[in-house]
Design a binder for this molecule. Structure first.
Ligand code: MGD
Ligand code: MGD
Ligand code: SF4
Ligand code: MO
Length: 699
């Protein structure tokens, strides 16, 4: 099949949503960076360059499948698939109530799909049970930003501002591997004389580029930040005028920071006292500071407190809303930003409206043409929904769109059991994931360059993901799947169209007047303006690249300091489990690897997960590169080859989470949740190393 000429679209993977140009024949498609797209400016990482391989891959699912009598997945017709799902939904709801049917969505879905999935749960299934994998991503930073600023947009400023900041603090983000084209902004910043500070327990490729690398004990960010604030307050380097005019609650911060003497903070964080004072002064003297967090401090049972601490730092320095300054969270998933705005969260209606707010419910009910009282209330968050699957009061029939929780959820061995205990599991995907392999019905969906839609990148810029080719025969789009399911359930009148532009127009109406207002954004405008920043309340409105410049969207227009003492992670090393285990990403693979493990070039770079350990640990155990060890936590054990690396702290092990089954990092991780964001503690648990097998001399 031909790709008609050249198509300008966006990468299927991360939240940078790099602009790419696709041309050539399918099968021999060539991909190049789009030099006109203002975010990546032509650069791509190796995942983006090789993304075309996924389009006509031999592993594509091209027909619906259902489990046969002997338990094997076999091809069935679309009619049969939709009918089996309809029957399962009806049976579960009849026997166990409406909330026993659940929906699990994704930050990989376009805005249109995320919106339609939220509506499908509430209007098509009348269930409150919907949540999505973004809970595992940036939800701690989102909760912290909402509480402090009254609004959560990952970056409240364009990336271009990063290049202009005098000091950039990057806490627990390894963008050199996770968003390589973003490095150009940090390179430009340093070329202009700026300083880059990286806070990370590993000396990552990103930390290598930094002016100052602060290596801290995992799980101690809040203590470090309160130590910095202690020095800043003591040396009168906070911005008193800004604090008085634009914030509320500083006295609590002053009182708490008073007890974080630098030598005490050194004992907690492992960061030398002198370094804490040096960094505080660097920040206190700078005229513009940008503080960014990645998943490091956020994916913890103290994630909201950690993100709040970094926000407090930016506020105390008087930086939020100033030119080339402020706080931002680096959103991760392709549509991690838009995916968290349009109603696939348990407590949310489109446009960041609160499902408990009577006025919001009325507005949305009007757009959906339903009775306000028929819209269910809030449901359970992701990890809580998953960990009660099949139990009394839990979900018994689950529809999954664009996620692989059997591999991505914390304590995934437990989640695999829960998924297996369901009465009925439905998974829509283009490749058979570990979750799809457990399903009763698998639905083959179209992917990125095969369908139209909008995505919202990490800056809040709404962009147009264009189709370059048709999906393979037998494959439907998720929007078409939802339309057919609604029809089967007798709710077709509420889902008349699977055309992305029609759905987007409805999304615009549903978000009009809401915090994330898309009503002034159209496909035409996005194409003309290379993206439009929300909020954009009318066709004439220019969009909002920078938020909080004059005031905050809180009741009194001021930002709030949320202050919480540093608390240790839920699990700390002890005699039985003497090291920290931290998990995260490698350059060549994306998330659970269901897409990137099928790309040969990427497999050649990294074909299996290796446990990174410090040379001192390796010496103590008598192991070297290629030897295998068993990692054991309180949840499970797994066998992994060793990669000796002096780039990480001696007290830790690092394991990537891009593989499933026996190779899954998440069978080891701790599902302790943050009390506010319900984020699991992916980044810290306690681990033991034993079961050493040394590689033979021949290997
Ligand atoms: N190659 C690749 N790129 C990706 C993805 C991918 O899977 N692969 N996924 C995308 C997605 S969804 C996301 S969310 C982003 C994530 O992007 P990042 O946040 O950059 O990635 P992570 O590897 O999860 O974690 C970042 C760093 O946190 C550090 N860290 C661990 N514990 C702590 C701690 O207690 N404190 C601090 N300060 N740091 C700590 C780790 O050492 C690690 O270097 O990447 C996106 N881009
Ligand atoms: N241990 C550990 N675990 C983690 C993390 C960590 O750092 N450490 N990070 C967490 C983070 S930040 C994230 S974001 C999650 C990610 O967790 P997941 O989202 O579960 O992981 P993905 O591999 O992105 O799964 C997405 C699936 O949806 C499919 N897909 C993609 N686009 C579409 C679409 O448009 N339609 C349909 N139907 N399917 C689609 C893909 O093929 C893939 O199988 O993992 C979390 N888990
Ligand atoms: S940085 Fe992200 S969006 Fe850009 S090419 Fe790589 S994976 Fe794709
Ligand atoms: Mo993520």
């Amino acid at each position: 099949m031909k790709v008609a000429g050249e198509t300008r679209t966006h990468c299927p993977y991360c939240a940078l949503q790099c602009g790419i140009r696709i041309s050539g024949q399918v099968g021999e498609v060539s991909i190049a960076g789009d030099t006109d797209f203002p975010v990546n400016r032509g650069r791509l990482c190796v995942k983006g360059f090789t993304a075309a391989v996924t389009l006509r891959h031999g592993d594509r699912i091209t027909s619906p499948m259902a489990r046969s009598a002997d338990g094997v997945l076999e091809a069935i017709s679309w009619e049969d698939a939709i009918d089996r799902i309809g029957a399962a939904v009806e049976r579960t709801q009849r026997e166990h109530g409406r909330d026993a049917v659940g929906v699990f969505g994704s930050g990989a879905l376009t805005n249109e799909k995320a919106y339609q999935l939220g509506k499908f749960a509430r209007v098509g299934l009348s269930t409150s049970s919907i949540d999505y994998n973004g809970r595992f991503c940036m939800s701690s930073a989102a909760a912290a930003a909402n509480r402090a600023f009254g609004l959560d947009r990952g970056l409240p400023f364009p990336l271009a501002d990063v290049a202009e900041a005098e000091v950039v603090v990057l806490a627990g983000g390894n963008v050199g591997d996770t968003m390589p084209p973003l490095m150009q902004y940090l390179e430009a910043q340093r070329a202009r004389g700026g300083r880059l500070v990286v806070v990370d327990p590993r000396r990552t490729v990103t930390a290598e580029e930094a002016t100052l690398h602060v290596s801290l004990v995992p799980g101690t960010d809040a203590a470090l930040v309160y130590g910095l604030l202690h020095v800043l307050i003591r040396e009168r380097m906070v911005d008193e005028a800004y604090i008085a005019a634009r914030t509320d609650g500083f006295e609590r911060l002053r009182a708490l920071s008073a007890s974080y003497w630098p030598n005490r903070v050194e004992r907690i964080t492992g960061v030398p006292e002198g370094r804490i004072v040096e960094l505080a002064r660097l920040l206190g003297r700078a005229s513009s500071v940008i503080v960014l967090t990645g998943r490091g401090p956020e994916q913890q049972s103290q994630g909201v407190a950690n993100a709040s601490a970094y926000i407090n730092l930016a506020l105390a320095l008087g930086m939020v809303g100033r030119p080339n300054s402020g706080y931002g969270c680096l959103t991760g998933q392709g549509n991690g930003q838009g995916g968290r705005e349009h109603g696939q969260k348990a407590d949310q209606l489109p446009g960041y409206r609160d499902i408990r707010d009577p006025e919001a419910r009325l507005r949305v009910a009007g757009v959906w043409r339903v009775d306000e009282a028929s819209i269910p209330g809030p449901g359970r968050s992701a990890q809580e929904m998953l960990s009660t699957l099949g139990e009394p009061g839990g979900v018994r029939t689950l529809l999954v769109f664009g996620a692989n929780p059997a591999t991505s959820a914390a304590d995934s061995g437990m989640i695999e059991e829960r998924l297996a205990s369901l009465d009925f599991l439905i998974v829509s995907d283009f490749f058979l994931s570990e979750t799809a392999a457990l399903a009763d019905v698998v639905l083959p969906s179209a992917q990125w360059a095969e369908e139209e839609g909008t995505m919202t990148n990490l800056e809040g810029r709404v962009i147009h993901r264009r189709a370059a080719t048709a999906p393979p025969p037998g494959v439907l789009t998720d929007l078409e799947i939802l339309r057919q399911l609604a029809e089967r359930l007798g709710r077709g009148a509420w889902f008349p169209s699977s055309d992305p532009q029609h759905v987007f127009d409805e999304l615009r109406c549903a978000t009009a007047g809401a915090p994330a207002d898309y009503s002034g954004i159209s496909y035409e405008r996005i194409d003309r303006e290379r993206g439009v920043f929300w909020p954009c309340p009318s066709a004439k409105h220019p969009g909002t690249p920078r938020l909080f410049t004059d005031s905050f969207p809180t009741a009194d227009g001021k930002a709030r300091f949320f202050v919480a003492d540093h608390r240790a992670p839920a699990e700390e090393p002890d005699r039985d489990y003497p090291l920290y285990l931290s998990t995260g990403r490698l350059l060549a693979h994306y998330q659970t690897g269901n897409q990137t493990r099928r790309v040969e070039t990427l497999q050649q770079i990294e074909s299996r997960p290796r446990a990174q350990i410090h040379p001192a640990t390796a010496r103590r155990l008598g192991v070297t590169d290629g030897d295998e060890v068993v990692l054991t936590t309180r949840r499970a054990s797994g066998r992994f080859p060793v990669q000796v690396s002096s780039s990480l702290r001696e007290d830790m092990v690092f394991l990537p989470f891009h593989w499933g089954g026996e190779l899954s990092a998440n069978r080891l991780t701790n599902a302790a949740l943050d009390p506010i964001s319900r984020m699991p503690e992916f980044k810290v648990c306690a681990v033991r190393i034993d079961g050493i097998t040394t590689a033979g001399v021949n290997e």
